[in-house]
Design a protein around this ligand. Structure first.
Ligand SMILES: [Zn+2]
Length: 214
């Protein structure tokens, strides 16, 4: 992976700051069921979110316009991460990005941001808070229209439900669910099988019988 320092102007406060951005990344291995990439992509996560050193605006790029003013960044919700307690700076940035995405009504991106935060907690072995972030992702899904024409989101929901121990829902909602893409159908059916076994751990896509990675 190669990164490069780039001067960026914050769209909320106008402050210039330098941020490392990825200019080249290598092809990775087999992803997890929620499409979490394997190494070397995993270690690139810190470059997926920028934070303005002046006002605290977090987004994929802080040049992305915000549909709110600086006062939101000073709100309790933003400062206290909507109730998620952590000392981990990367988690804080992903959760703040999720809150920003919701304010900007970019719900798919908000779901992804919470999922990224859950991955950082997974790596810390912090299961309870990883679960909290997955539940936040599920709540964004349920309160928006992210599933409209987006089968990927609906499939991701199966993994979020399973990883948060909502096994019955996985079985009832996905047991008979058809996906046109054969790979998505295999992932969905595998999730149902894991849910029936009460398995809430991370699995690789290559664990699924019938899916081969070269
Ligand atoms: Zn700023």
């Amino acid at each position: 992976m190669e990164t490069k320092l780039t001067e960026t102007v914050c769209s909320v406060c106008g402050t210039k700051s330098e941020h490392a951005v990825i200019i080249k990344s290598e092809a990775g291995g087999v992803p997890d069921l929620d499409l979490r990439p394997s190494e070397p992509h995993r270690s690139s996560m810190e470059y997926w979110v920028m934070e303005c050193p002046e006002c605290g605006y977090c987004n994929g790029s802080i040049e992305t316009p915000a549909e709110f003013d600086r006062s939101y960044l000073e709100s309790r919700e933003y400062k206290e991460l909507g109730g998620i307690e952590t000392e981990n700076k990367l988690v804080s940035r992903f959760v703040r990005k999720a809150l920003v995405n919701i304010k900007n009504r970019d719900y798919i991106e908000a779901v992804q941001s919470y999922v990224y935060a859950s991955w950082v907690f997974d790596d810390e072995g912090n299961d309870e808070q990883a679960k909290e972030c997955r539940n936040e992702a599920l709540s964004v899904m349920e309160n928006s229209s992210v599933f409209d024409g987006n089968e990927n989101m609906y499939l991701l929901r199966a993994d979020l439900l399973r990883r948060t121990g909502q096994f019955e829902k996985v079985v009832s909602d996905y047991g008979e669910r058809f996906f046109e893409s054969p790979i998505m159908l295999l992932i969905s059916q595998y999730s149902v099988k894991l849910a029936k076994n009460g398995d809430s751990s991370a699995h690789k896509i290559s664990d699924i019988p019938g899916i081969k990675f070269e």
